[in-house]
Design a protein around this ligand. Structure first.
Ligand SMILES: Cc1ncc(COP(=O)(O)O)c(C=O)c1O
Length: 342
């Protein structure tokens, strides 16, 4: 490791900050924390909100629930807008809820719900929240860097990212993107925080440091990942994810399998959730995928345990990898596909 209070680290921090900003189309402040994505969610809530504040909590699955649960643990009053797992959020419901309750200070929402393979229409949601002049905090942990997000143009107040997904970096680094409007709320918020304090983090970052020891090795990895991303170009990265998502869904349908996601316009291009046929057992399927093909899939969370398998197709992944994974699933489920791998 290098000295994290050295000019070398300051240069690394500046480079990664600028790279992340370019990928997210933002001039807003980016604040890094040594944490997993959940740390970024908690950081957002303790800086933006105080016990007793009212928020609209939109949830379409397990990670949406987590965001709201953290808020509730900190004493925030969450008015829940819940959807069935597999469905997207409807911006008109958000519109109605905000119109009906002026006390709602902010909206909490997950962009891409990793537990169900559904991507909310973040741009439409952001437009509604802006129209009502409320704050918008977004969990973009499984979308940022893979799906288009224009933080400034869409008016997102806090966007939470985690290193281990589209950013192709080991777990352990979270960051939040904070708008000028969010800063006003943060500065006026008397609720206590220490490790997660946005203002303290910004104060140090402005001189090329972090308040506590940063995850130095993750910054090296992120720096390398950002140069790969820069080389590929964001538009091409988005297109690659669209192709991987479309190919996965087409193959799943060709195999006669069913997606969990109900709305084609909201299919996630970073993760696909597939219903497991009644004839098969998830544990056996996943064990065979791993031992015979070296393919690791995820299972369902909460009520979906044993009912779905999830294919991640984001970050350091190619169409070739996706085809290999789909061939393996076809073979294990006895529904072979005609993909040839070159
Ligand atoms: C949408 C979303 N939110 C939150 C998390 C939690 O992130 P972490 O496990 O890095 O704390 C994840 C992790 O998969 C996620 O996909």
């Amino acid at each position: 490791m290098i000295n994290h209070r050295s000019p070398e680290f300051a240069a690394l921090l500046t480079r990664t900050l600028e790279g992340v900003k370019r990928a997210l189309y933002t001039q807003n402040d980016v604040l890094f924390f040594a944490a997993s994505g959940t740390g970024g969610l908690e950081a957002t809530l303790v800086n933006l909100l105080a016990p007793g504040d009212y928020v609209l909590g939109v949830t379409i699955g397990a990670f949406g629930n987590r965001f709201l649960e953290i808020a509730e643990r900190f004493g925030v009053q969450v008015q829940r807008l819940e959807y069935a797992w597999g469905d997207p959020a409807d911006p008109t419901d958000i519109d109605r809820a905000l119109a009906a309750n002026p006390a709602l200070k902010a909206v909490l929402v997950t962009h891409n719900e990793t537990s169900t393979g559904v991507a909310n229409d973040l741009q439409a949601i952001a437009a509604v929240v802006k129209r009502h002049n409320r704050l918008l905090a977004v969990d973009a942990i499984s979308s940022a860097g893979a799906l288009p997000i224009e933080v400034d143009a869409w008016g997102i107040d806090v966007l939470v990212c985690g290193s281990q997904k589209a950013w192709m970096t080991p777990p352990g680094l979270a960051w939040v993107v904070v708008s000028a409007r969010a800063w006003e709320a943060v500065k006026a918020n008397p609720a206590p925080r220490f490790y997660w304090d946005f203002a303290e983090t910004k104060k140090y970052q402005d001189r090329g440091q972090t308040p506590a020891t940063p995850a130095v090795s993750n910054f090296y990895a992120l720096d390398t990942a950002l140069s790969l991303m820069e080389k590929e170009g964001m538009e091409r990265i988005f297109a690659r994810h669209r192709r991987m998502g479309a190919l996965t869904r087409r193959a799943i349908k060709d195999m006669g399998l069913e997606l969990l996601a109900t709305s084609p316009r909201h299919y996630s291009d970073t993760v696909t959730a597939v219903k497991i046929p009644a004839s098969h057992d998830f544990k056996q399927v996943s064990a065979r995928l791993q031992s015979e093909f070296g393919v690791v899939v995820a299972g369902g969370q909460g009520p979906l345990a044993g009912k779905i398998l999830r294919i991640g197709h984001l970050g350091y992944v190619t169409l070739h990898d996706v085809k290999h994974c789909l061939n393996a699933i076809g073979a294990v489920l006895g529904r072979p596909l005609p993909f040839t791998l070159r």
